[in-house]
Design a protein around this ligand. Sequence first.
Ligand code: NAD
Length: 480
Amino acid sequence: MLNLKMFINGDWVNSSTNEVIQSINPANMNVIAEFPRGTKEDINTAVLAAREAFNSTEWREMVYAERGRLLLRMADLIKENKEELAKLETEDMGKPLSQAMIDVDVAARYFEYFGGAADKILGETIPINSDILDYTVREPFGVTAHIVPWNYPLQMTARSLAPALASGNTTVIKPAEDTSITTLRLAELSQEAGFPTGVINVVTGYGAEAGSALSSNPNIDHITFTGSVPTGSQVMKNAAENIKSLTLELGGKSPNIVFEDADLEEAAQWAVKTLIQNSGQTCTASTRLIIENSVKDSFLDRVNEIMDNVTIGPGLENPDMGPIVSEKQIKNLDDYMVVAKEEGCKILRGGKRKENMSSNLFFEPTIIEPPSEKSRLAQEELFGPVVSIFSFGSKEEALYLANSTEYGLVTGIWTKNIDKALWLAHRVRSGQVFINNYGAAGGVEMPFGGQGKSGFGREKGLESLKHYTQVKNIAIKINK
Ligand code: NAD
């Protein structure tokens, strides 16, 4: 078992109370690590360390290209430690090893991408008149707070940490209590990369304690939160108290729309792939399959056949699907299956835990047909391998169904008719649209974020740098 400490001001420390939290491998329920249960006091110490680092000449006056090189070094170290990081992630979170390997690659790619951008964060000159030279600079906020969920611990940490650092902020990270191991390992690698003391701090702990203390700390300058809608709403209230800027990356109930003229084999493969990835514990999972009436039955038959071949088992054995992360999360799925029956949903496949496995946390791939798009099973994010089925007769009906939840994260559209595809793409409430693909292979380069209750602000791509910087306008009078 690993005995881990958290990383504050360049030191590896216990919590102020010396209390710990245990990390459990969901594939076999073994305790694999203990790490500190961080407190409000620990958060205060970390925020002060980050503030001091932000004000230090070492960080503030570092040549921007040199700052970028630190991120590139970080990318290299992540790649060098790929197998170890992936194994830790799989044991901690449960996901198949092959998916954890991809997560490590993507984490490295964030540091590479934003490392390259560190000396390209440009301002503008603004024409006013010949007497005034007016220009803007993009400045870092100062101390950025990063609250991270458990489903992609390494990727989500890197996704916000890399652009925050590239922009010149200093950081305090609060990983999820279920999965803190790889974030702590990342902090260790940042020491090796040579980041100055206090630029990166990690406080582990529970959301209601350490997370809440971080989001309500008056000495932070910006919060980036990835997680559920209720917690996001709470974080937003905390941010409002102290007038802090905020990026919210919340949940989704993403529609995947299949027309009869699509490459149906490709669409069926992706419908399954994007549902079972990380056992459905992905904010962008395609959890509403909206199929044109004429091909509904045959398409579902094919989806069922593909699901027949999905392998399920401990992540280290590299199946298609690993366990659900915790008893709390799988119990949530159990409860939704009760709701499904009460609502009169047809459970076409699965709907229960898989028996005789190495732990009790495996859930079967599940297909549900709700009686209405207003059903809870059609509206709410379950965070498991459960897809709800709908059908349509016209593109207008497909659009209505796609837009019938409060979420708006991503949308898949499958058709060979570009007019239909673009008609829909421009009308769906969605931060991203994928036409004849789903996910575009991760897309570190593409702006990502939600509309509606999926949140606001953007991560990924150069767009995200706007959310880690603030614009300052400077006007100079030219005397003649
Ligand atoms: P969660 O909201 O329970 O927790 C997220 C983080 O917030 C954790 O670190 C947790 O400790 C912390 N937290 C909990 N209570 C807090 C509080 N009162 N104050 C401050 N912090 C608190 O979410 P989760 O269950 O860990 O993650 C799943 C959710 O995340 C899903 O809804 C999923 O869709 C969403 N998600 C969104 C994206 C995205 O980019 N849009 C990516 C991954 C996950």
